[in-house]
Design a binder for this molecule. Sequence first.
Ligand SMILES: Nc1ncnc2c1ncn2[C@@H]1O[C@H](COP(=O)(O)OP(=O)(O)OP(=O)(O)O)[C@@H](O)[C@H]1O
Length: 470
Amino acid sequence: MADLKPDADGFFHAASSAPTQNSDGSIPETKTEVKTGDLTESKNEDAPQSGASALLKSTFEVTVTLADQQADPNSPLYSVQTFEQLGLHEDLLKGIYAMKFQKPSKIQERALPLLLQNPPRNMIGQSQSGTGKTAAFVLAMLSRVDYTKEAVQALCIAPSRELARQIMQVITTMAAYTKVTTGYAIKDAVAKGASLKQHIIVGTPGTLTDLIRRRSIDTAHVKIFVVDEADNMLDQQGLGDQTLRVKNSVPRDCQIVLFSATFPDYVRNFANKFAPAANEIRLKTEELSVEGIKQFYMDCKNEVHKYEVLVELYSLLTIGQSIIFCKKKETADVIAQRMIDQGHQVSLLHGSKDPVERDRVIDEFRDGKSKVLITTNVVARGIDIPQVNMVVNYDMPLTVDNRPDPETYLHRIGRTGRFGRRGISINFVHDRRSWAEMQEIEQKLGKAIVRVKTDDFDEMEKTLKQELKA
Ligand SMILES: Nc1ncnc2c1ncn2[C@@H]1O[C@H](COP(=O)(O)OP(=O)(O)OP(=O)(O)O)[C@@H](O)[C@H]1O
């Protein structure tokens, strides 16, 4: 467990006085609509007004000038200000330098002043995949904690243990110069009867609700509750009930922070109730796709041919790292086993694996020890492995009622093209149905998905390498 050592003499915290409330208990709104580049932002009048370069080396020996993207007002990585101008404590700035971040991204620049204002206001923040939402909410949590108090003061939940562990990694790196203490609320991380008193608890909704119910976590002093991948976490067909239970356990004046790359309309209404009177940063549908991710499809003849094409793709899949998404665990099991039997090295991860195995597999993949990960939607969201330059949708993503799922599609393909890098996604279609599913997604997102031939592997290799090099 990534846990920093507690220390007695904590310091720096953002005062968290309760927001002034309306007679109905809601928090009054003072919003201004501001259109900034590709973000439509609603913000408070008192947010500060709004300046470095870095080179990112991609795994494909391509040097991408991040500085160029961060200087382009139309890029989601653009910012006017420096981190130093965002009102962060100097110990957090040291953490940011340790992460080698030079300049904030648009979401970081916009969201941080809103997240840190006093009295605290709720926040609903949307920004494309891989644009740095995690750092925004992690810095907010670290700024709100009073390190002199031994009490749980910040909660953060995410849909998978892999993502919760990743968020914890960001917290511990960013907080390396602070006295913060952290604890996990994920399966098998807490001994029965133990109580968690660390400043920041990160977990998954099921385990966190359990720990709260068993009084292993006292939520009376929680000042900030962050819900990552919020549209997924609030969806009543998914994790909504548990997320709501956590919310009902925190103090009324607790700052609620919702972040995601996607907020479909049917969740947005609920999000507005869940986080009333929130400052909002939104994207339009046409802004959702990440420019650096080139989208392709391959027209396969049938299921058998799909597998053959995947095997043929193997040499390309291993140029960098790749993630192959399947609809069902069973499919993932079968294709992983077949590939292993044929001498290919692949890793397999899904929800039926035990926690120890899940941790081992994702850590191996993260460390680059394995190059191809076959999985299900369990890692569709949030997982940040910069070397991933290809995503394959072996099966198109579908909702629980078997409808094409553009949000999950965006999250899946967003495992590549992280923070200005290039990436490619390939959809396998093999029948009328999968074709229609892909077309519906293409139409909804308004971004062309280009055909690559399946019968000419040299041509396919050329096309794909060209894209990665471009
Ligand atoms: N200001 C910055 N400068 C350079 N790199 C950054 C900066 N902010 C974040 N990053 C890096 O960008 C990558 C993506 O960040 P992050 O995982 O927070 O994206 P995200 O917006 O949460 O994506 P998703 O929607 O997929 O969850 C990470 O590797 C992170 O370390």
